[in-house]
Design a protein around this ligand. Structure first.
Ligand SMILES: [Zn+2]
Length: 244
């Protein structure tokens, strides 16, 4: 049977995602050692993770997210683009209430003091970005990338300027691959692909995973996946047609 989508944009996209996963696999465990700030980010993340009240679990259909994560990212700023350093705290199933926000900021100040000898890296609360509402399938690490991208920091500016620590279940292979590709130090690795789905932070392309298998739904939101028109093409096409 001829496979109609070989070499199609659909397959290319899945190949690209598989290549990202391979990058993630090869990154191994060395990410933490390579980072300049990852130790500090880990401390901030773990303290917050232990101190934060857990949100009531959302009973989303098909969701297997059941434990809290705090992802801490440090964007070092970019003089060329005139963007100040920012500290990101991304929470999933954890609640950063307002008093906690101040606490987190003070903690970050303590941890990041003297990193740049002349001053604190983060010295204004406006430099701390808390992201606690993330769209479905956008992973916490990728929420930082999306924020930066929307604030004029393109992916080409990220290399060596951003470090990310995931306090909780670790960075999935899909995120790790993307981060490795763009020169972003991160830790620790979960060693596994996303168990559900992964959304590209720049293009919004959605990769839905089933074990090691990937399905690609570019241009379609996750809600419409089940209603995907198999005749449109892509990996689904052969499921409804016996020839091309
Ligand atoms: Zn991930």
């Amino acid at each position: 049977m001829a496979v109609s989508h070989v070499g199609s944009v659909w397959e290319q996209a899945v190949f690209k995602q598989e290549a990202r996963r391979d990058l993630g696999r090869r990154a191994g465990k060395k990410g933490l050692n390579e980072g300049v700030f990852l130790d500090d980010l880990r401390d901030i993340g773990l303290i917050l993770l232990q101190g934060l009240p857990k949100k009531e679990e959302k009973k989303t259909k098909g969701s297997r997210q059941n434990f809290a994560t705090v992802v801490v990212g440090l964007w070092l700023g970019d003089k060329d683009y005139n963007v100040a350093p920012h500290l990101f705290i991304v929470t999933k199933l954890a609640d950063v209430s307002l008093p906690k926000k101040t606490e987190a900021f003070q903690l970050a100040q303590q941890k990041l003091i003297g990193v740049r000898k002349e001053d604190k890296l983060i010295d204004d609360e406006r430099q701390m970005i808390i992201i606690d509402e993330i769209s479905t399938n956008l992973h916490a690490e990728m929420a930082i990338i999306r924020w930066l991208n929307k604030n004029n920091v393109g992916k080409h500016c990220l290399k060596d300027n951003l470090e990310i620590y995931c306090a909780g279940k670790g960075v999935c292979l899909d995120c790790s691959g993307w981060l490795t590709k763009h020169g972003i130090r991160h830790a620790p690795l979960s060693g596994a692909p996303s168990p559900t789905a992964w959304k590209n932070p720049i293009t919004d392309s959605l990769f839905r995973a089933s074990g090691e298998k990937l399905e690609y739904t570019k241009g379609f939101t996750d809600q419409t996946l089940s209603g995907f028109n198999k005749n449109f093409g892509g990996p689904y096409k052969d499921k409804s047609e016996t020839n091309q």
